[in-house]
Design a protein around this ligand. Structure first.
Ligand code: NAD
Length: 501
């Protein structure tokens, strides 16, 4: 069965609950249900009401998507890179035209406030711009390495590739992968988060409108079963994954065991170190914005403040900033009721173990929106034995740990198994440099709460926040989705020379 072309824009222009359509898989240019006939609801987190359904696909659905991608590969790789890129130019124009519509859609499926949803679509467009600029960067190297002998490197597509994305950035994370992978000449199978499938659905629809040939991008929706099928598929050459550390490790190990190239970005526990000479207002506001932006549901959110010495005045400022956050207007909802319950559980547990709750979001509610809410929460006196320090809570909870010296703060950050982000707040350049050189994190900041490297700088953490080599975006992304071919050429017989003989 084939459905209508899925071009229906989302009609909401406010937070009022608005149903959408059912999501389908996109295979070989057709919108199709899963052959299993199974679906699950997609629920608006702000209202706790169902917007539509999403297919729950199995290995057979993945095999059909892979077959479509394999069939599309020879023609797509034969399209010159400069022509492939024209489709992304058109996608950028379409996304800019649909910016508000896509942002409202994301806000409704994910629970983000509108401005955050819009920011994430704009960041997705920025990633697209990097892909668009690749023809200016992707020229390979060449050199005459001997008399009459030339070597050159070209970066060739791998074939069928796959991407698996999490719930927190429904458009941006797929666009961490698609521009480089598609521009390089690969065809693709995308498995979005089953909790937020509509953003990827709109990308596929707009790419089709932009002229992407059928089968170059395929979208298979589902849960664990479809991810496992992607890991096991013999034809898929590379997998990009973004999600929790638990699943990142599974995908990395299972995909690698099947001979694939895998880059799997995982969870985080980001430490912000605050020293007494830090600018009080900037630091307090920045800490709060990092912890409570996107309701703490971003892998770059600050979740630990390491207070070095007496920084009580900054902590007071952060509490004040958190108290001023208007739930539902400045901060969005939690993705689902189980996640909200889990977050409240961490706060209860930390309190039982002796932490002081300086700001308590456990009972927060929003009038007229009976969804999943937890307000800004600040826990003081957290110690490294508490789950509030060891675990990724992934909610609007800031845990404060007190230490006496910068070295203790660095040691604490280093003892955390994750390594996504770390920042120091200070007005002393020497202290900043000392800390940055010692943090065990792939993305570091000085007086920055969310040290996301904007394009062209590539995104990726260290340690348990990343499995595989390299980064996800920027030029590293292009290298990930390509393989270098080295060609050594003798254009004329040079009888006076031997070459490696
Ligand atoms: P998740 O790991 O639960 O899900 C990610 C993807 O894996 C989804 O598509 C999901 O369907 C699939 N999946 C879930 N369980 C699976 C299983 N057992 N086997 C196979 N596949 C499975 O992550 P999430 O809850 O959607 O997203 C939040 C997590 O993602 C947080 O840990 C956050 O830190 C992380 N994240 C990391 C980055 C980064 O760049 N490092 C970026 C965004 C989010």
């Amino acid at each position: 069965m084939t459905s209508a072309p899925h071009s229906t824009p989302f009609s909401a222009t406010s937070y009022d609950f608005t149903p959408y359509r059912d999501c389908l898989n996109f295979i070989g240019g057709e919108w199709v249900p899963s052959h299993t006939g199974r679906t699950m609801p997609v629920t608006n987190p702000r209202h706790g009401k169902v917007m539509g359904t999403v297919p729950v696909s199995d290995a057979e659905d993945v095999a059909r998507a892979v077959a479509a991608a394999s069939a599309a590969f020879p023609a797509w790789r034969a399209v010159p890179l400069k022509e492939r890129v024209q489709i992304l130019y058109r996608l950028k124009a379409l996304m800019e035209r649909q910016l508000d519509e896509m942002s409202w859609l994301l806000s409704h499926e994910n629970g983000k406030i509108f401005s955050e949803a819009q920011g994430s679509v704009l960041k997705g467009i920025e990633c697209l711009e990097f892909g668009i600029s690749l023809p200016n960067m992707a020229a390979g190297q060449q050199l005459d390495v001997s008399r009459g002998i030339n070597c050159q490197v070209t970066y060739e597509p791998l074939g069928v590739c796959a991407g698996i994305s999490p719930f927190n950035f429904p458009v941006m994370v797929p666009l961490w992968m698609l521009p480089q992978a598609l521009v390089a000449g690969n065809t693709f199978v995308l498995k979005p988060s089953e909790q937020v499938p509509f953003g990827a659905m709109r990308i596929a629809q707009l790419l089709r409108e932009a002229g992407l040939p059928d089968g170059v991008l395929n979208v298979v929706n589902g849960t664990r079963e479809s991810v496992e099928a992607i890991c096991d598929s013999p034809e898929i050459r590379a997998i990009g994954f973004v999600g929790s550390t638990k699943v990142a490790r599974i995908v990395y190990e299972r995909g690698s065991a099947h001979g694939k190239r895998v880059l799997a970005l995982g969870g985080a526990k980001n430490h912000l170190v605050v020293v007494p000479d830090a600018d009080p207002e900037l630091t307090a506001q920045t800490l709060a914005a990092s912890a409570f932006g996107c309701a703490g549901q971003r892998c770059m959110a600050a979740s630990v403040t390491v207070a070095v010495g007496d920084v009580d005045h900054i902590i007071e400022g952060m509490v004040e900033a958190g108290r001023n956050v208007k739930l539902g207007e400045d901060m969005g909802a939690i993705i689902n009721p189980e996640a909200a319950e889990r977050i409240r559980g961490y706060i209860d547990d930390a309190e039982r173990r002796g932490a002081k709750v300086l700001l308590d979001g456990r009972k927060a509610q929003v009038d007229g929106a009976p969804g999943n809410w937890v307000g800004p929460t600040i826990l003081d006196g957290v110690t490294p034995d508490m789950p509030a320090w060891t675990d990724e809570i992934f909610g609007p909870v800031m845990s404060i740990v007190h230490v006496k010296t910068v070295d203790e703060a660095i040691a604490l950050e280093n003892s955390c198994p994750y390594g996504n982000a770390a920042s120091i707040f200070t007005t002393n350049g020497g202290v900043a440099r000392y800390a940055i050189e010692r943090f065990q994190a792939g993305m570091c900041g000085v007086n920055i709460g969310v040290p996301v490297p904007r394009e062209p700088f590539a995104f990726g953490g260290w340690n348990d926040s990343r499995f595989g080599a390299g980064d996800m975006t920027g030029y590293d992304g292009y290298r990930f989705w390509t393989q270098p071919r080295k060609v050594t050429t003798r254009w004329a017989a040079q009888h006076d020379q031997t070459w490696m003989s």
